[in-house]
Design a protein around this ligand. Structure first.
Ligand code: 5GP
Length: 172
């Protein structure tokens, strides 16, 4: 049986999201901010985040598929759902559940730049360092971890565990 080791409780997450939302609200006050969530794992974080912001934002989603094993991406990435809002000359914040190698975010930043937004920044719930390959700036992150495969709060393993309200380290 896989083992779930607690990493962050719902209370931990609530205070992290409140803090990051405060920073984002301060930095983007009086800007035309569009949040672009990376499906599917971000759906829980993004819905908490937008309800803690005190500035108006627009929201859209993008989805990519990356080939690889259950727990690691190969870096071969394909777009499976594009954005639908016009981001030209707008401030864009890509919102992602977790960054690992950074290859997905590098692909998305390069792709979204082709729409000529005014700025693009990145907000992740978890910044995982050990396997970073792409040199990307993470502008906002709620929590840093060195390594491990995490589930819960939207993060899955083969579509299981997304519903958990905390973050857990999955030991297979
Ligand atoms: P990267 O391209 O940065 O290696 O990986 C990005 C994607 O890999 C994330 O959006 C997520 O879907 C998946 N991923 C990376 N690390 C983890 C993890 O610890 N747990 C889960 N559930 N997914 C992960």
């Amino acid at each position: 049986m896989p083992e779930l080791l607690p990493v962050l409780s719902k209370n931990d997450i609530d205070s992290m999201v409140t803090q990051i939302a405060h920073r984002i609200s301060t930095d983007y006050r009086n800007h035309d901010l569009i949040l672009i969530g990376v499906l599917k794992g971000v759906f829980v974080f993004l819905s908490d985040l937008v309800r803690c912001l005190d500035i108006p934002v627009q929201i859209d989603f993008i989805r990519v598929f990356s080939y690889g094993s259950d727990v690691a991406s190969s870096g071969e990435i394909h777009l499976t759902k594009d954005i639908e809002v016009d981001i030209k000359d707008k401030d864009v914040l890509i919102v992602e559940d977790i960054v690992d190698t950074g290859l997905t975010l590098k692909y998305l930043i390069d792709y979204l730049r082709t729409y000529h937004p005014k700025t693009i920044k990145v907000c992740v719930f978890i910044d995982k360092h050990e396997r970073r390959e792409a040199d990307i700036a993470i502008d906002y992150s709620c929590h840093d971890v060195a390594k491990g495969f995490l589930v819960g709060y939207g993060l899955d393993y083969n579509e299981d565990y997304r519903y958990l309200s905390g973050i857990y380290h999955l030991k297979l």
